[in-house]
Design a protein around this ligand. Structure first.
Ligand code: ZN
Length: 138
């Protein structure tokens, strides 16, 4: 009997550990034990050396805006515009596709420092999002 291809379990096998960490509000990145390279998203192989001995290590939650776009026409009514989709370069190096929240979209700019926030999902996991550093805390 062959495994059913394309099941959610198959698709998420490499990222299971990443998602499990979010239950404890821990943002992790994958580290190669052979060469030390850190990467995100989780993969079977190190993109730097091809090594397969990969582990998850905690990220600081600090980063900078690498690129972003402000969405004014959302794909569905579930999204309230305007909102900011961004690539955040983590202090550890990898880039994370995320959202900038609790920040005025007009103030978002490349290279600005951002801080990690968490949005709780219904199943107990959390989604890492970011806010401009020094903002959103009153
Ligand atoms: Zn490596």
């Amino acid at each position: 009997m062959t495994a059913e291809p394309g099941t959610p379990r198959d698709l998420d096998a490499d990222s299971d550990g990443w998602w499990e960490a979010t239950r404890e509000r821990r943002l992790v990145v994958q580290r190669c034990e052979r060469c030390g390279h850190r990467q995100h998203y989780p993969r079977m192989l190190c993109v730097a050396c091809g090594g397969t001995d990969l582990s998850f290590v905690d990220a600081s939650g600090k980063g900078t805006v690498y690129s972003f776009t402000v969405v004014y026409r959302p794909p569905s009514a579930a999204f309230v515009p305007p909102y900011v989709i961004a690539l955040v370069r983590l202090a550890e190096g990898p880039v994370l596709l995320t959202r900038i929240v609790d920040s005025e979209p007009a103030l978002v700019a490349c290279d600005l420092p951002v801080e990690l926030r968490w949005q709780r999902l219904e199943d107990g996991r959390h989604l890492p999002v970011f806010t401009l550093a020094g903002m959103g805390s009153g």
